[in-house]
Design a protein around this ligand. Structure first.
Ligand SMILES: [Zn+2]
Length: 325
């Protein structure tokens, strides 16, 4: 007797916890191991679950960009302490307020000497003990949705920024200079682009999704049109050699890349807007347009769009196109 693959997967899902040695369980665990990856000149990435973390550990200081969730932040902090011989963290920067980037901030209480974010990110963070998650996370075949917090996670007291900025903010950490810049509305209204100048590495936060449909938080002030514009500004203000850290990547793709990937994502955002504009001009109804879920012509590698929802690119593009804002 053999189970169909679907039955087998369903049975596996139900009994997953009961079989510690089960290959699917191993696979699930493997996907959530903490991974520290050096990028260049004392700067690296940390991946586990949630938005990609950036870090700097040099002989004179430690900096961290974003914190994922509490359990992940503990693994992050342990790895940073090991690499820096327990020197603490000079500065924690948040790229924006979303829970998969700031949920672990509280783990850095008493460890991070400063917490820095854009003023709007700070406001969004303080709206609740845990930033709201999308009621309908994007359902994207062949790639997991952006992870919500685990419900069984022990709560950790939120840690908010003590330093905010409007246009830019900078500091020296050892022999590295870190600059945070805000280019206006994008993924939210409070995004920061964090440049490690001497390493020439830039953390984009969720202004960069590598070949996957982005979350667009219009309720928190997102603008796809300005997002596309600012990707060009970011590329213009760095060099050909700059390495960019992406907030999220399609499963199996790297979380770092160069300006070609950023400009490709800019093209994607503009293509979604142009696609919706064309259908609005052709007199299609809101429901007809929102129902269009096939891959975007020219961007088939992104796969079909997920379900319509408040933070889905087609829905937000429709709002932008029809309201002009
Ligand atoms: Zn985000």
């Amino acid at each position: 007797m053999s189970l169909s693959r679907r039955d087998f997967l369903a049975a596996s899902a139900v009994t997953l916890g009961a079989f510690a040695g089960h290959p699917f369980r191993l696979l699930a665990q493997a996907a959530q191991q903490p991974v520290f990856t050096p990028v260049r000149r004392n700067v690296g990435t940390f991946t586990m679950r949630g938005g990609t973390v950036g870090w700097l550990v040099n002989p004179r200081g430690v900096a961290v960009v974003d914190t994922q969730f509490p359990a992940e932040a503990r693994a992050l902090l342990a790895g940073l302490q090991e690499r820096s011989r327990n020197r603490g963290v000079d500065v924690l920067l948040n790229t924006h307020h979303h829970g998969d980037h700031t949920g672990g901030n509280g783990v850095f209480r008493g460890v991070a000497r400063r917490v820095v974010a854009h003023g709007m990110a700070d406001q969004h963070m303080r709206r609740g003990p845990r930033p709201p998650q999308p009621s309908q996370p994007p359902q994207q075949p062949q790639q997991p949705p952006l992870e919500p917090p685990r419900s069984q996670e022990p709560p950790v007291e939120a840690l908010y920024p003590d330093t905010t900025f409007t246009h830019s903010w900078s500091t020296e950490v050892g022999d590295e200079r870190i600059v945070a810049r805000h280019h206006g509305r994008g993924h939210t209204s409070g995004d920061a682009v964090i440049t490690f100048e001497r390493a020439n590495v830039v953390h984009m936060g969720d202004l960069a999704f590598h070949r996957r449909h982005p979350v667009v938080d219009r309720a928190a002030g997102a603008s796809m049109r300005n997002w596309a514009r600012q990707l060009q500004q970011v590329v213009n203000s760095h060099t050909r050699d700059t390495i960019y850290i992406f907030g999220h990547a399609r499963e199996g793709l790297p979380v770092t890349g160069n300006s070609a990937e950023l400009l490709q994502f800019r093209d994607y955002l503009q293509a979604v807007l142009a696609f919706v504009e064309r259908h609005v001009a052709a007199g299609r109804s809101r429901d007809e347009i929102l129902a269009m879920r096939a891959p975007l012509p020219g961007f088939e590698a992104w796969g079909p769009f997920g379900q319509p929802g408040a933070r889905d690119p087609i829905s937000v593009a429709y709002e932008e196109v029809t309201t002009g804002a």
